[in-house]
Design a protein around this ligand. Structure first.
Ligand code: NAP
Length: 271
């Protein structure tokens, strides 16, 4: 164990998929600030190692990178087992690993092309890939980590990263919207199933956030204008703003909340 310390996640063990970049990275740093030992899990080992180094430099917490592909059950099993072997337990999980084939949410699709994809011309393999990572990957991450929590008697927390696209139909991004709506419902069902174990399951549904996933859209003046037009606050959100929302759901301050997805999106659902 590192030195015991103050903080909303003091001496908790946090495991974050997608922890090498964007929202997952911001959460990893924020959780460590609040006293957690952190497992950064991602498919990108180079950026993951950089985040681990950042955490070690900024806090006295332990940090570890584990390579994972969340579209593979075996890979997630190995990730969770390695985290428990190394740190003894998992207290809180953030399932943030995600992709999109649509230009306004992300970069390249499986075939290297970008751009919004009408459903009638979307390749089944592209649809399947987004669902495999964004929905099945979250489900597998949640249940495999929950099994460890149950076995170890940990009344932990799980925070799933959905999207405001769970509630807004975005033409050209059916795969992404459907995957995120699925994550919001998964969060509700799993919350009820895990109640008896004292494990709370919640989610965040970000609006447009300043991460690599939105880089191409933000670089395009028309894309940026579209974001601003959709967002009453008139700006993109920061990864740290998402980390603060996730932190609330991960720690005891949200002790009476489960099955709920909160939408930090600059007022997008208001007007
Ligand atoms: P990001 O910077 O691209 O981070 C996502 C991370 O997940 C990347 O490191 C990515 O690696 C990794 N990843 C992708 N597929 C993976 C896999 N199969 N196994 C393991 N890791 C994988 O994007 P972000 O914006 O932080 O997104 C984080 C989450 O927030 C996603 O679920 C996204 O859908 C959601 N979200 C984002 C926004 C936004 O505006 N940014 C809005 C709503 C929801 P690669 O870089 O190698 O792909």
């Amino acid at each position: 164990m590192g030195t015991p310390q103050e903080g909303r996640l003091a001496d908790k063990v946090a495991l974050l998929t997608g922890g090498a970049s964007g929202i997952g990275r911001a959460c990893a740093l924020r959780y460590a600030e609040e006293g957690a030992d952190v497992v950064v899990a991602d498919r990108d080992a180079k950026r993951g190692a950089e985040v681990v180094a950042e955490i070690r430099n900024a806090s006295n917490r332990r940090a570890l990178f584990i390579e994972v592909d969340v579209s593979s059950e075996d890979s997630i099993e190995a990730m969770a087992a390695a985290a428990v072997t190394e740190f003894g337990r998992i207290d809180t999980v953030l399932a943030a690993a995600g992709i999109s084939s649509a230009q306004y949410v992300s970069g390249a699709a499986a075939d290297g092309q970008t751009g919004a994809r009408p459903l009638v011309t979307t390749k089944l393999s592209d649809w399947q890939r987004v669902l495999d990572v964004n929905l099945t990957g979250v489900m597998l991450t949640d249940r495999i980590c929950a099994r460890h929590m149950i076995e170890l008697g940990v009344a932990g927390t799980i925070v799933n990263v959905a999207s405001s696209a769970a509630k807004i139909a975005l033409p050209g991004a059916a795969d992404y919207c459907v995957s995120k709506a699925g994550v919001a419902m998964l969060t509700q069902v799993l919350a009820l199933e895990l109640l008896e174990h004292g494990i709370r399951v919640n989610g965040i549904g970000p609006g447009f956030i300043e991460t690599p996933m939105t880089q191409s859209m933000r670089d395009d003046p028309d894309g940026l204008a579209a974001i601003v037009a959709r967002t009453p606050m008139g700006r993109v959100g920061t990864p740290r703003e998402m980390a603060n929302a996730a932190l609330y759901l991960a720690c005891d301050e949200s002790s009476y909340t489960t099955g709920h997805t909160i939408y930090p999106n600059g007022g997008m659902f208001v007007g």
